[in-house]
Design a protein around this ligand. Structure first.
Ligand code: 1CP
Length: 351
């Protein structure tokens, strides 16, 4: 479909949505809030719907994707919805043998070890994920004034799953390949950047109002290695959406040392985990971009008065940045009480 810049719907929302205004560096009348992993295991209605359907199969069913995306919006009334899918879905869609194993996460049948293993990583075509366009279209009709965030995994985080074969704490094989064969490394990350761009392109062209690039594991790197081996590839992804009028959020965990570099890679909003206070994070980002975060997800288990004070502290510190979107510093913990999440939305809105 032809790209026509800002859709009328998107133009309308940009002026009114607290989430989109904060992302653009503005101060709306209330601090906007949404939660990473707001859809999913924390909700009984999600567990009921998913009971007999494998994770990736549910991502390929536009009706299920729509319903699961809407569930937390009904419960919590957040200022944005996040598209229900997974960062490994586009890899599966181009033919990588990857599955999501309950209690483990993504597991790759043939981990990448040599050049020939790259052949499967061809560019993603819109036809590979027809159900994503369908679901985004259904969602923006249902969501009304609530913006929809599209997302994808960043090249480094995807590379880690592909090289390690599954979740890893140390990313040892990933770093070994990065240091020992830079040519193969850059070929791999280039292909992943193209797949990620293709996956985000489908979501944006179907009407997603913002995008978040999840580089969850980039914090395993120091700044020098991040800049040399990772940033150029993530920057290519973010640059591909510079003219779409959609804010680009760039998120990672344990990235205190990378906040400036992750902003400079082309983000409008830098996601911050709970380890660096938001006012300090705003300084590290450079004072010219919005920040997103950063309540410790474990705070939901604190007594009510401690929780309320910590929520207010995040809001106060977030005011140091040009724009602030309230979130946790990482995904909602599965044991969280949905009632407490709804209460946090109210606390942020009352601030
Ligand atoms: O059985 C289940 O319910 C599967 C659990 C689950 C869910 C609900 C997985 C497996 N993925 C998802 C959905 C998902 N994944 C969403 C949409 C829901 C929402 O945010 O509300 C998103 C944005 C993701 C993104 C994702 N997947 C990331 C980046 C975010 C983050 O938490 O850092 C990562 C690293 C993944 C990989 C993944 N998929 C699933 C798991 C358990 C994991 C992490 C495994 C690990 O620790 O390495």
């Amino acid at each position: 479909p032809p790209r026509s810049g800002l859709s009328p719907r998107r133009r309308g929302l940009t002026a009114t949505s607290p989430f989109l205004r904060a992302a653009a560096g503005d101060r709306p009348e209330r601090v906007p809030v949404w939660f990473m992993r707001q859809a999913g295991r924390v909700l009984p209605e999600y567990r009921a719907l998913r009971a007999t359907t494998a994770m990736l199969d549910s991502c390929r069913n536009a009706e299920m994707v729509t319903e699961i995306t809407l569930q937390p919006v009904r419960r919590f009334r957040p200022d944005a919805a996040i598209f229900f899918s997974d960062i490994v879905l586009p890899l599966a869609a181009v033919g990588v043998d990857v599955d999501i194993v309950a209690g483990v996460g993504p597991v790759v049948a043939h981990p990448i070890r040599a050049r020939a293993d790259l052949d499967v990583l061809r560019p993603l075509q819109p036809d590979d994920v027809q159900y994503v366009s369908t679901a985004v279209g259904m969602l923006i009709r249902e969501l009304g004034e609530t913006p929809l965030i599209g997302f994808a995994g960043a090249p480094f985080t995807l590379a880690s799953y592909l090289i390690e074969g599954g979740p890893s704490r140390s990313h040892t094989r990933t770093k070994a390949l990065m240091y020992s064969d830079p040519e193969l490394w850059h070929d791999l990350l280039g292909r992943l950047a193209e797949i990620t761009t293709g996956f985000l392109r489908v979501q944006v062209d179907a009407g997603a109002d913002a995008v978040q690039l999840f580089d969850s594991w980039a914090g395993a790197l120091n700044e020098e290695d991040y800049l040399r081996y990772v940033a150029p590839h993530s920057a290519r992804v973010l640059a591909a959406f510079a003219d779409d009028g959609v804010p680009r959020i760039h998120f990672g965990v344990n990235t205190g040392q990378l906040l400036g570099a992750m902003g400079a890679a082309g983000a409008d909003v830098v996601g911050v985990d709970w380890r660096v206070p938001l006012d300090e994070a705003a300084l590290r980002v450079g004072g010219d971009r919005a920040v997103q975060g950063n309540l410790d997800p474990a705070t939901v288990f604190a007594p009510a008065d401690v929780l309320a004070e910590k929520v207010r502290d995040v809001c106060r510190r977030g005011a140091a940045a040009p724009g602030h979107i309230f979130n946790f510093g990482h995904g909602v913990l599965p044991e969280s009480d949905p009632g407490v999440l709804a209460h946090i939305v109210d606390l942020v809105h009352e601030f």
